[in-house]
Design a protein around this ligand. Structure first.
Ligand code: ATP
Ligand code: MG
Length: 412
């Protein structure tokens, strides 16, 4: 740090605060010191309480902020002649919001906090100037943040598209050899040697069961790429909803009995039939029931309800809900679980089996449910008091569908 006086304090202060009377400028100049710092000198340290307000007289300084551990420090802007530095933290009485580091030799006018506050109290012109500068800066920061978010969103959308394409290719590539494998196993199973050998029969059954499960996962991968809400158009036909829900629930009767889970259907008699894609809607209901059973311990209860509702814009619709007495979901997971391949907790500790308690799965079921909802102009969400494996307060998943899907969702 070295003292230097080649700068005219008054004209610099006039540049920083236009509209200040000469007496105010004089008074202010008397309270400031001119100093020159070498490059790479830190004037403000992010997160630290500091007492000095600066006006840049010459040179440049970078203003940067630590974004996160992974993203490191990001330069927000470059300050030059006439720019104010560090006034916001002094006014708010908070630690510095950013780090300010000189880039070149940098001459600054310095004023300490006490004098800064005295001047602010005494000079309405200066106060208004500072407010204006601060508001401009906040607006500028907002614009930067919005632009960054827009760019990040674009990148994320692109990555999501790549991911979907990869899933699609992988699923197609897996499906063909799987079908061949199942064909050969079926042929082998019919050989007399195997038919009469119970140990070998069991092995064949195991292989077939595994191949079937793989087939199911591959089909789910294809479903999720197809149901991607932005591209899917549906062919709407009348869907006998009450009957469909009833039949889907009943297809789980044996599994529920094995797990001692009580399956209850409570459909409002006025539940309307809707127009939509019956295969997709059936898949959505199916995944909600599988989940309810999978995340509910033995002895629990799953209740399926349906009722007529009025949706936005007075649209008639139907609400299907699946309530369980399972492990529940913490609030921060309520949106994430609808993401493709998202699972709560450590995937490696899952037990195997589609409907066994906390059994595994690729994490696609709820992405399919939400995709189906959106493709019909409806929505899907979850309500739960939180993850609780002591009291098992459970979760309720909702699926709302309009009686008639909006015309822009229809396959024309
Ligand atoms: P998949 O459905 O692809 O076989 P999955 O069941 O793990 O696998 P999703 O159905 O998408 O995937 O569910 C995502 C995550 O949401 C699950 O891994 C689970 O952690 C949580 N979850 C889903 N349904 C429930 C539920 N009824 N109760 C508690 N947690 C649930
Ligand atoms: Mg699931």
């Amino acid at each position: 740090m070295n003292e230097s006086q080649p700068f005219d304090k008054i004209s610099l202060l006039r540049l920083a605060f236009n509209g200040l009377a000469d007496v105010e400028l004089q008074e202010m100049a008397g309270l400031t010191d001119l100093r020159t710092y070498p490059p790479d000198h830190v004037l403000c340290h992010e997160g630290v309480y500091e007492d000095i307000f600066y006006i840049v007289a010459d040179g440049t300084a970078s203003i940067s902020k630590n974004i996160s551990e992974e993203d490191g420090e990001r330069i927000l802007r470059i300050a030059g002649k006439g720019d104010l530095i560090g006034e916001m933290a002094l006014i708010q009485n908070v630690p510095r919001a950013a780090t300010v580091r000189t880039i070149t030799d940098c001459t600054v006018l310095e004023m300490d906090k006490k004098d800064f506050e005295t001047m602010l109290g005494r000079s309405p012109h200066m106060a208004i100037n500072i407010i204006r500068t601060t508001l401009d800066r906040i607006r500028e920061n907002d614009q930067i943040a919005i632009r960054e978010l827009q760019n990040t969103n674009k990148v994320l959308r692109h990555l999501d598209r790549n991911k979907l394409q990869f899933i699609q290719v992988a699923a197609h590539e897996l499906r063909t050899p799987l079908t061949v494998l199942k064909g050969y196993v079926n042929v082998l199973s019919s050989f007399p040697d195997i038919k009469t050998n119970s140990a070998l029969g069991e092995v064949m059954e195991g292989i077939l069961k595994g191949a079937d499960r793989m087939h199911e996962v591959v089909n789910m991968m294809l479903d999720v790429t197809r149901i991607d809400s932005e591209t899917l158009k549906i062919a709407a036909v009348p869907v006998p909803l009450k009957r469909m829900i009833h039949d889907t629930v009943h297809s789980f009767a044996k599994i529920a009995m094995e797990r001692s889970i009580e399956l209850v259907i409570e459909q409002d008699v006025n539940t309307p039939n809707i127009n939509g894609d019956p295969t997709l809607i059936q898949k959505a209901v199916y995944h909600l029931i599988v989940n309810a059973i999978k995340y509910t311990p033995n002895g629990g209860k799953v209740v399926l309800r349906s009722r007529p509702i009025v949706m936005e814009k007075e649209m008639p619709g139907v609400e299907i809900s699946v309530k369980d007495t399972g492990i529940g979901l913490d609030a921060e997971q309520h949106e994430l679980v609808f993401e493709k391949f998202y699972q709560v907790g450590d995937v490696t500790i899952h037990s195997s089996g589609k409907t066994s308690y906390k059994g595994g799965g690729p994490g696609l079921g709820l992405a399919i449910v939400r995709g189906v909802a959106r493709a019909h102009g409806g929505k899907a969400w979850v309500e739960s008091l939180g993850h609780d494996e002591v009291n098992f307060t459970g979760s309720t998943f909702y699926l709302q569908l309009p009686v008639d899907p909006p015309s822009d969702q229809l396959n024309k």
